[in-house]
Design a protein. Structure first.
Length: 317
């Protein structure tokens, strides 16, 4: 029997969700897919997450050379910052990445510099550690519609821009679920109610494109998936309802951004508008926590979403 770890939850279909420990519990996930003695990771968290991912292999009796693939949904550091360090422990694994993101995981210097512009260089080092690259010959670039074989299990890749142009989602035919990275939004367990889960779009810097994101979400929904595996956080069902909620919020965010395009303090106004939208929708969802508590949980997301919306508005000029 696998050894139990508090940060590992075992799902159906040989899938394990690993809490990477980033920021707070149940905020950031990596997934381990196990099939026929072989394995793949989807998203890695940061360098600080790597011991947990290796512990998940140990808990499932898997050697380091049983891992065939380390898959990054996209190259933002909370999803792929630990990929290079993890690959050092996995001698046979290939790093699977969107072609627009491959260069940034081979040489992460520009990625780290970009994160530093958002968070500050000292904060990037503290939060993510020394991000290391992956040898180019170990990197496999995906294409839209490409399939990988994991011990007979089909994993298909869909190009899903909108959150980032270097984003793809992974369709697991076995479980009829998508590993969605950030394309299908964020869903924190603190907001779960008798009505189910609640989610929100993520529009972080620097490549938010609302029309592309809408199209990507609709493309995922067309598969009629049974579940979505979110990096933030965990597996969710009731996909049609959540997809509708996501698209409604996305339309509201576009309307908000367009209304505030010329506001003299646009960033603060965007954050305030997002706060009002979130507290209203959380209350409609039947969440009992106070508005203050809800906004505290969403503080990072409001800041980054407002930044991403601002960059989108400026790019439209």
């Amino acid at each position: 029997m696998p050894t139990a770890h508090a940060f590992i939850d075992t799902l159906d279909h040989g899938i394990h969700v690993i809490d990477t420990g980033f920021h707070r519990p149940r905020f950031d996930a990596s997934y381990l897919i196990v099939e026929g003695g072989h394995a793949a990771f989807v998203d890695t968290g940061t360098n600080h997450s790597v011991p947990r991912l290796l512990a998940a292999l140990d808990a499932n009796g898997l050697a380091r050379d049983a891992v065939d693939y380390v898959i990054a949904t996209h190259v933002h550091l909370d999803h792929a910052g630990g990929a290079g360090l993890l690959m050092q422990s996995l001698p046979l694994a290939q790093l699977v990445v969107h072609p627009r993101g491959a260069a940034h995981l081979i040489d992460p210097s520009a990625l780290v510099k970009g994160a530093g512009a958002v968070y500050g260089a000292d904060e990037v080092m503290r939060t993510y550690g020394q991000v290391v690259g992956v040898a180019a010959e170990r990197v496999l670039r995906t294409a839209d519609g490409m399939r990988l074989d994991l011990a007979g299990r089909s994993l298909s890749f869909l190009d899903t821009p909108g959150h980032a142009r270097h984003h793809h989602c992974i369709w697991d035919e076995r479980s009829r679920g998508f590993f969605t990275g950030d394309t299908f939004g964020l869903s924190y367990r603190e907001f779960d109610t008798a009505q189910g889960v609640w989610l929100l779009p993520t529009t972080t810097p620097v490549q938010f494109e609302p029309e592309a994101l809408r199209s990507s979400v609709q493309r995922l929904l067309a598969f009629e998936p049974a579940r979505m595996y979110l990096t933030h956080y965990g597996t969710v069902g009731d996909v049609a309802r959540l997809g509708a909620e996501l698209l409604v919020q996305l339309a509201q965010m576009v309307q908000l951004g367009e209304a505030l395009r010329q506001h003299p303090d646009r960033h603060a106004a965007l954050k305030q508008g997002l706060a009002e939208m979130y507290t209203q929708r959380v209350a409609q969802h039947g969440c009992a926590m106070t508005s203050e508590a809800a906004l505290e949980l969403l503080a990072i997301d409001m800041e980054l979403n407002a930044q991403g919306m601002g960059i989108w508005l400026d790019r439209q000029k």
